[in-house]
Design a protein around this ligand. Sequence first.
Ligand SMILES: C[S@@+](CC[C@H](N)C(=O)[O-])C[C@H]1O[C@@H](n2cnc3c(N)ncnc32)[C@H](O)[C@@H]1O
Length: 373
Amino acid sequence: MYDIVNEGSAVIKIKKADKISKEMDVFYNPVMRINRDISILLLNAIDNENMQIALPLAGSGIRGMRFLKELRKNKVKSVSFNDYSAKAVASMKNSLKLNKLKNKKKIQIHNEDANLFLLNSKGFDYIDVDPFGSSNPYLDAAVKRISRNGILAVTNTDTAALTGTYPEACARKYWSSPKRDYMMHEIGLRILIRKVQLTGMQYEKALFPIFSYFKDHYFRIFFQCIKGKKLCDGIALEHGMFNNAGPLWLGNLFDSKLVNKMHSALKNYNEKNPIKNNNVMKIEDFQDTGNRRFPRELIKFLKTIKDESKIDVVGFYDLHDITGKKKMRTMDTKINIIKKINKKGFKASNTHFSGTGVRSDIPYNKLLPLLKE
Ligand SMILES: C[S@@+](CC[C@H](N)C(=O)[O-])C[C@H]1O[C@@H](n2cnc3c(N)ncnc32)[C@H](O)[C@@H]1O
């Protein structure tokens, strides 16, 4: 039994599964829609054009089909899909037809190990490493084949190692000490950033994070790759310890101008494409459905990232953690606390890492008196 799944402007035909797992014949996870939405917003917002795009772990191929349909025309020179599963490749071919995507010059399909596929290529301007679990096995080949000024996107679901459930695993795999507390997701993300950067530095490729986040069960980072020894040395200077965790990346997680651009594009796009009520669709209708709208959850998520990207500090305060430690009985609302911090002349915002977190440059001793109602 098959399902026809619409996501964005693309459609795929996928075998019904009781559970999303790596045991699926062809892997498709609807929860990762936002991960793919963000890739589209980001690639449409950066200046790069005429990109040669590689999906070494393409799964159902949905990401590439959406790239071909939703990225602006001048963005894509080619999309190379690869997966070592023959079933995934057969399914991709089928879905490409379903989406009426048949430009042979633009679309290449490979059925190889991801590393061989990358190493046998001449290189790409965008490489999307989207594996099950750790990104480690693919970093070396991806870094070698990312072009000057290219974008390397990395997803990693190895949260147990990176957030401190297994510190030895973090030491072995990411050469760093994690910390299991309210800040573990930001610490884990920064540890992962450093690991990818170290891989790049071996080849004199400086990898600057332009958009990084943690969501649901995964870490995601987009790096811009710039070639140069001096820049690599500069990156190394921004590796260090924080709160007894690390070494980790102490630099920016986001390019705030890029985040602004992505957020306004998203809002404008959704205003132009209001929700339609026809949930029941025929396959012929897939090209133009309400599903082309970006989810509301994404607007909220990007707004939070937009606000926190303006505050150039490592880490955040967790209000529950402070009330617990200080045995405070009552506390003002988070929104009021943010206003009070602003009134004192400091920056403050929500953080996407935690619902009870506040990112701010206010010192702890100045924050404490502001917490009470
Ligand atoms: C998490 S899924 C990819 C999801 C996909 N990128 C998306 O956006 O829906 C990982 C995919 O990698 C494939 N895979 C795992 N190890 C591989 C390897 N060494 N070489 C090539 N493909 C591999 C699996 O068959 C699976 O389809």
